[in-house]
Ligand binder design. Structure first.
Ligand code: ADP
Ligand code: MG
Length: 288
């Protein structure tokens, strides 16, 4: 659990980046800090990571919690190969060479970086670099993974693939993910819990489902309509109105065509198309 209690941050230039914010981040849950550029998201992550201190207020993080940080830019060592970059995430005084090799190879298999493990970082594509950066963050088996707009340089298709994979990795490794984004679509895809920040203040918290149904500010509502979600006509289908039939691996809800299934701690969020319109269904059961 990460707890911010009346935290403010004023940079030396008199910029009030955070203004009396309080929130809690539950363990083993994917939390997205969402807000426009300049709202204070990176400041919050940097305080969590211990890179900077708050001007006032209290931050409580379990001392035994190991924290990893993935930045917007990959921050790999260009002249080193992927193996050495990933190994950099490990405390070399604690492990033998064999143990290090074993740990790096395991995480490389999980993150699909194994096929270019001995390639120099400078020769990788954007997506490959970001995978290597994540592998480096995961190799030490952190309890908390902080990611600051880490996929913002990737194209939409690759971004979606990597987000879905990331969800799988953090589920498998039991990691508390704190994800920073100014992209609502990304937040919807990733978040089990969303904290919306504007001008250094929290304006709304809840599941993406709750926030989509009742956006608290004009900015949130407008981010939603940018997505075309205003065309969702009645938007979310209540689970009670749906029946899932397992039919050759796809979910059928009265002509429903499944597009995406995102695992949540207490169920699954399905998005799909019915009569050309997009719908979301939350179900306790795994269907399809
Ligand atoms: P976000 O990550 O949401 O874009 P930041 O946390 O980076 O927002 O910044 C919040 C505010 O604090 C902005 O007005 C930004 O200009 C200011 N800020 C960030 N870092 C510094 C710094 N080191 N010194 C002075 N002002 C800063
Ligand atoms: Mg930022």
């Amino acid at each position: 659990m990460i707890c911010f209690d009346h935290v403010s941050k004023i940079y030396s230039s008199d910029v009030a980046a955070l203004n009396d914010i309080s929130f809690e981040i539950e363990n083993d849950r994917r939390t997205v800090l969402y807000g426009p550029s300049g709202s204070g998201k990176t400041t919050i992550l940097s305080i969590m990571a211990g890179l900077i201190s708050p001007t006032s207020g209290k931050v409580v993080i379990d001392k035994s919690d190991k924290i990893s940080f993935v930045f917007q830019e990959d921050r790999l060592f260009r002249h080193l190969n992927v193996f050495d970059n990933i190994a950099f995430g490990l405390d070399h005084s604690r492990y033998s060479r064999e143990q290090i090799k074993d740990k790096v190879e395991r995480i490389a298999t999980l993150t699909h970086t194994a096929e270019y493990l001995y390639q120099k970082a400078s020769t990788l594509s954007g997506g490959q670099k970001q995978r290597a950066a994540i592998a480096r963050a995961l190799v030490s088996h952190p309890d908390i993974l902080l990611m600051d707009e880490a996929f913002s340089h990737l194209d939409q298709g690759l971004k979606k693939t990597m987000i879905l994979e990331l969800i799988e990795w953090v589920e498998q490794l039991g990691i508390t993910l704190v994800w920073v984004s100014h992209d609502f679509q990304e937040a919807l895809l990733l978040a089990e819990h969303m904290i919306v920040i504007e001008h250094g203040k929290i304006v709304q918290q809840g599941t993406p489902y709750e926030i989509s149904l009742h956006p608290a500010t004009y900015e949130i509502a407008s981010a939603l309509s940018l997505l075309g979600m205003n065309e969702w006509n009645g938007t979310f289908v209540p689970v009670s109105a749906c029946s899932f039939h397992k039919e050759q691996g796809s979910v059928q809800v009265k002509g429903w065509q499944k597009k995406l299934c995102i695992p949540y701690k207490d169920g699954y969020l399905y998005t799909g198309i019915v009569d050309g319109k997009m719908f979301c269904v939350f179900s306790k059961e795994k269907a399809g």
